[in-house]
Design a protein around this ligand. Structure first.
Ligand SMILES: *Cc1c(COP(=O)(O)O)cnc(C)c1O
Length: 376
């Protein structure tokens, strides 16, 4: 938790549940990533946190943006981004949204299928297009495999077709999965992309860009490699496979930019047991799966907690949200322990919750208001 966030929580004591996010930390993370990968152009993945203060700060720093919908494109433009700095990175787009993006000046689009490529040829004529390929997601705590990307052979044919359809066959992309804890995931993916670069050059299509996607991790309960380790592994692999004919390098960080800038402040609603001698207490918070903590599904992302009783004797807990839905249970199997002194009315903080929380909150399931947001 940054000093600014902790000061805000102490001085303002905002109603819970809420997210408090330090925009200066967003800037620091952007600069750290730029230092780790100086040759890469950063396209911030807007979906991680699309709040205007975040987009405005990044836009002011010269960041580009990876948008997944026309609405996200509008948010980037409103924050001062130029349309040339926006990539429409979703491989699944309504044709009306492609038309709207093109009319707004966006000229870079992702695809992973022939049908999508034909939509682009019709509604974004001449645009730069890049094909997303399937790569391994081993090591990712929030995998994105299978749903997006296509096999290499198909990507090869589609990039040739792109040129024939009057589009600019610009490059290739991949995503090694979010919260990727292994640097070698990027190395393997880069090797795959490089093979296709060579194949396509032999077929007369000269690609100019590699998009390494996102995945750069944030520290939750356990240690992760430093961002410099990712930078070194990535540039090592790029040099190994491309020599000094390096293409443009694009990265699309989401979680890394905003994750550790934010803290969710929540209230303990109830601490109870299912039987008098049950050692496991149930701790119900005023935020849960439907209040924005969607990434606790399958206990995939394991947030760290702060309580007013830290350092005192603790015991095993199951942690749940406040709604009347039993899937609104956050952690049952991940060996969470919280202080025995924890009680109804206590405020707790969930650390590093700046990414993938606010926009996952439901509108009013059980009447609960969506998460409040404070940008400081
Ligand atoms: C979600 C997403 C990202 C961001 O991923 P992080 O793991 O948050 O860095 C980048 N690119 C694409 C295409 C995405 O869908």
């Amino acid at each position: 938790m940054t000093p600014k966030v902790s000061r805000f929580l102490r001085d303002v004591a905002p109603a819970t549940p809420c997210l408090v996010l330090d925009v200066d930390r967003v800037e620091e993370n952007y600069r750290r990533l730029m230092a780790a990968l100086p040759l890469a152009r950063i396209y911030y993945a807007v979906k991680a946190n699309p709040a205007a203060p975040v987009l405005e700060r990044l836009s002011g720093l010269g960041s580009s943006f990876d948008a997944a919908s026309f609405e996200e494109i509008e948010a980037c433009l409103a924050a001062g981004a130029r349309p040339e700095a926006i990539s429409y990175g979703n491989t699944v787009k309504k044709e009306s949204a492609i038309r709207a993006a093109y009319a707004a000046g966006v000229r870079m689009f992702a695809f992973d299928s022939e049908a999508e490529l034909r939509k682009l040829a019709r509604s974004a004529p001449g645009a730069r297009v890049y094909c997303r390929i399937l790569v391994g997601n081993v090591g990712a705590e929030w995998p994105l495999s299978k749903k997006f990307g296509c096999e290499l052979e198909m990507a090869r044919e589609l990039m040739i077709l792109a040129g024939e359809l009057g589009l600019d066959p610009f490059g290739l992309s991949f995503h090694v999965g979010s919260q990727q804890t292994r640097t070698d995931a990027y190395e393997a993916a880069i090797a795959k992309v490089a093979m296709l670069f060579t194949d396509l050059r032999d077929a007369g299509v000269k690609l100019r860009m590699v998009n390494l996607g996102g995945g750069y991790p944030v520290r939750y309960r356990s240690e992760v490699p430093e961002i410099d380790d990712f930078g070194a592994a990535i540039m090592g692999a790029m040099a190994e496979h491309f020599g000094n004919a390096l293409p443009d390098i694009v990265i699309e960080p989401g979680r890394f930019i905003v994750g550790d800038a934010g803290v969710v402040s929540a209230e303990v609603v109830l601490v109870s047991r299912k039987a008098k001698d049950d050692p496991v207490r149930w701790v119900y918070l005023d935020i849960g799966r439907f209040g924005g903590l969607a990434e606790t599904e399958g206990e995939a992302i394991k947030y760290a907690f702060r309580t007013p009783h830290d350092g005192s004797v603790d015991g095993p807990v199951t942690i749940a949200g406040p709604t009347c839905d039993s899937t609104d249970t956050l952690y049952e199997k991940s060996n969470y322990r919280l202080p025995l002194a924890l009680d109804s009315g206590d405020r707790v903080e969930l650390l590093s919750t700046g990414a993938y929380v606010t926009t996952y909150a439901s509108q009013a399931f059980n009447g609960f208001r969506p998460l409040a947001e404070h940008y400081v």
